[in-house]
Write a protein that binds this ligand. Structure first.
Ligand SMILES: Cc1cc2nc3c(=O)[nH]c(=O)nc-3n(C[C@H](O)[C@H](O)[C@H](O)COP(=O)(O)OP(=O)(O)OC[C@H]3O[C@@H](n4cnc5c(N)ncnc54)[C@H](O)[C@@H]3O)c2cc1C
Length: 401
């Protein structure tokens, strides 16, 4: 029987996320959104202090197995926490989501390698400063992160990895959109070892951010999710030991890449549900107290319809995501088509309904005095994050049966 009730662990950790979100993230998120300069926002005390508290509570290591110092939470519980954190601080949730990609992938792919675990997992799971945050660098100016063109030999990453003795030399540029690109301590970088193989010619490397030859670009000045630092990463003959090649180039590349986006897209979907809830709860509250033409606006049918349709979208999107997480728990990393479908649905709903919640607030909806316009701006980024919905749709449609 499918069970929709929360167990004790889920109640406890979602409750913790709610208290932390309401008391810490919400205020920090709204204040940072209003900082005009994106690099200044990423350097602010407010940002790092909230992030450190999130790390202290364990939100930076939720899916890492307990044996490596993580919380070892299952995909559905992790998803519930992402939703709750996003309800209060969507930009912070978007920062934390890829933030553990280095320790997570090392634990998963090289858990038996003591040297790599001591260097790239333990310090990260023990960190309470929030400074050991990571990023994954796939997209390039001409190669988006969805990686659909696995068989087109002429398309490959332009960031190149050249073998030199026991090392690789990495050179190239990753796009403006790398989440945590300007603040990360370590990167997962896809770089082409053999261009003859197209995108399958890329190896997956761990690269410490303080390596000689790494340059972080300026933070992107965005309309939404302004708390999330996004910046390009430039590499000029960055030398990494051959042991930092976490996953080799070759026929396994699509499997690894699809696994990352199967897990990642569910997280983005949960972010969209949290955002919708934030906008909905504000609009519902407003509609009960704002009187127009002699009655609270909730009693006007069109307003009630908008709110009910947003409620429907939240429930439906969450149920679809839970199915994706359930499949992921049963057989890791889960089902690609379901994850992509759940992300596409949740993010499209978020764009539509956050705009409708702005409308419910009327003229106040477009005022920065209320946070609802911010959620509508944030939602637009989710349709692009972890692959644009159009490219993800193309990819998922290949699995229709
Ligand atoms: C919030 C956010 C976070 C991100 N985080 C990361 C990250 O951490 N790491 C990372 O590597 N990347 C990241 N990205 C990049 C993202 O995953 C996309 O891959 C990238 O933004 C797509 O490239 P582009 O923006 O240049 O769009 P383009 O590829 O130029 O696309 C422009 C338009 O053309 C459409 N289009 C392109 N190709 C096709 C096609 N084949 N069929 C149909 N339509 C198509 C797109 O859907 C889009 O509407 C992030 C992006 C965002 C917005």
């Amino acid at each position: 029987m499918v069970d929709f009730s929360l167990n004790d662990t889920q109640k406890a950790i979602v409750g913790l996320a709610r208290t932390f979100g309401r008391d810490v993230l919400y205020k920090a998120e709204i204040a940072i959104d209003q900082i005009g300069n994106a690099d200044e926002a990423a350097a602010s005390e407010l940002f790092w202090s909230a992030l450190a508290q999130a790390f202290e509570l364990g939100f930076g290591r939720m899916a890492i197995p307990e044996a490596f110092g993580g919380l070892g939470l299952d995909p559905q519980t992790t998803g519930m926490v992402w939703e709750e954190l996003a309800r209060w601080g969507p930009g912070f949730a978007a920062t934390l989501m890829p933030g553990a990609v280095v320790p997570q992938l090392v634990a998963l792919l090289a858990g038996g390698n003591k040297h790599l675990v001591d260097r790239f997992v333990r310090p990260y799971t023990e960190d309470t400063s929030g400074k050991l945050i990571s990023a994954w660098c796939s997209s390039e100016p001409e190669v988006g992160s969805d990686g659909s063109n696995y068989d087109a030999r002429e398309i490959h990453h332009h960031t190149m990895a050249e073998k030199k003795g026991d090392s690789y030399l990495l050179s190239g540029a990753k796009s403006d959109f790398v989440s945590n690109g300007g603040i990360a301590n370590a990167y997962i970088i896809f770089a082409c070892v053999d261009p003859e193989l197209g995108i399958k010619g890329s190896g997956t490397f761990i690269v410490p951010a303080d390596s000689k030859g790494i340059k972080k670009g300026r933070a992107l000045d965005k309309t939404g999710l302004r708390v999330l630092n996004q910046a390009p990463v430039f590499l000029e003959e960055v030398e990494v030991p051959a042991s930092h090649l976490l996953f080799p180039h070759g026929p396994g590349y699509p499997m690894l890449h699809n696994s990352i986006i199967t897990v990642g897209n569910l997280a983005v979907g949960y972010l969209a549900v949290g955002l919708m809830r934030a906008a909905y709860e504000h609009a519902l509250h407003h509609s009960k107290s704002r009187v127009q033409w002699g009655r609270p606006i909730l009693e006007h049918q069109h307003v009630a319809k908008k709110l009910f349709e947003c409620h429907l979208a939240i429930e439906a999107a969450r149920a679809y995501l839970w199915k994706g997480s359930w499949l992921s728990a049963r057989n890791f990393p889960g089902d690609l088509k379901t994850s992509l479908g759940a992300k596409i649905f949740a993010t499209e709903m978020a764009v539509k309904h956050t705009a409708e919640m702005v409308q419910v607030l009327g003229g106040y909806g477009i005022s920065r005095e209320y946070p609802v316009e911010k959620y509508a701006r944030d939602a637009l980024l989710l349709r692009i994050m972890d692959g644009t919905n159009e490219t993800l749709m193309n990819k998922a449609a290949k699995h229709l049966e």
